[in-house]
Design a protein around this ligand. Structure first.
Ligand SMILES: [Zn+2]
Ligand SMILES: [Zn+2]
Length: 276
């Protein structure tokens, strides 16, 4: 018998966390085995009328969880890799249920990587974006939003006045926008060419400022309207050791996680080692 009273706080806490992790893993393993129990009708041998009843009594899992795991397993019938993650208990049924709606025999390898690397919130974002693309091809992920444009009253007045004089206000704005874009690119080039190698992951203010000028305060993934939270290096910082704004992009948290998990997969394909 353990005498917990003599344990330090740290011992109690770390043991509780470890037990919790183990408990979740074993519960996933139990759930992953249920489709086989159902398939062979083994619950009858233990005197239960259904696999649901068997699972409730033996494993303490809810009816909802049982039907979820059976549904997901049916859905993965032609996808051995995802099916393997389900039966081994390595990935939670809830997470796998999220990708079940977009999983195909063609993209199951991609999805198997993603569910192992991404937290549930990022998996949800990924699935939503795949749902918006016919064929659920991850390479084509893109979303569109349409919003009204608001300008200050004085600007609207000026544009109206110019238009009244027979001028093409679209062309005037187009030229101003092109000039602005060129200035941003020129500025990024100057900062990029003069930036020094560093070990610090702190992104200098001028770099953050120019990225904000270019992308505003939102995530730079097309169609994403979440606020940008993290700045991603499209050339891995551990190799480049530079905060070159030409190779940086502000992302929301889910898109940043997705960018990294896709990046890791590409590196593994090339046979490089993992390097955050
Ligand atoms: Zn990053
Ligand atoms: Zn985003």
């Amino acid at each position: 018998m353990e005498n917990f009273e003599q344990w330090s706080d740290e011992q109690v806490l770390s043991t509780a966390v470890r037990y919790g992790e183990e408990a979740r893993k074993w519960k996933n393993k139990f759930l992953g085995l249920l489709p086989e129990v159902e398939h062979r009708k083994l619950y009858l041998q233990k005197g239960f009328s259904s696999v649901v009843h068997f699972a409730q009594v033996v494993g303490g899992v809810s009816e909802e969880q049982v039907s979820r795991v059976l549904n997901v397993s049916r859905k993965f019938a032609t996808m051995p890799v995802l099916q393997g993650l389900l039966t081994s208990g390595e990935v939670s049924v809830n997470k796998l249920a999220r990708v079940a709606s977009v999983a195909t025999a063609e993209n199951e390898l991609f999805l198997a990587d993603q569910v192992q690397m991404l937290p549930k919130s990022a998996v949800e974002v990924l699935v939503k974006e795949m749902q918006s693309v016919p064929g659920h091809k991850p390479e084509q992920i893109q979303t569109m939003t349409q919003e009204a444009i608001y300008v200050d009253g004085d600007v609207a007045e000026q544009l109206k006045s110019l238009q009244g004089k027979g001028m093409d206000v679209s062309q005037i704005l187009r030229e101003a926008l092109t000039k602005r874009e060129q200035e941003i690119q020129e500025w990024k080039k100057q900062i990029g060419e003069s930036c020094q190698e560093t070990d610090s992951r702190y992104v200098p203010k001028e770099v953050r400022d120019i990225l904000q000028k270019e992308h505003g305060t939102k995530c730079s993934m097309p169609g994403c309207t979440r606020p940008s939270e993290e700045i991603h290096h499209t050339q891995r910082f551990s190799l480049s050791k530079r905060h070159d704004p030409r190779y940086m992009a502000p992302f929301c948290k889910p898109h940043h996680q997705i960018a990294h998990s896709i990046d890791l997969r590409v590196q593994e394909k090339k046979g490089e080692r993992r390097d955050p």
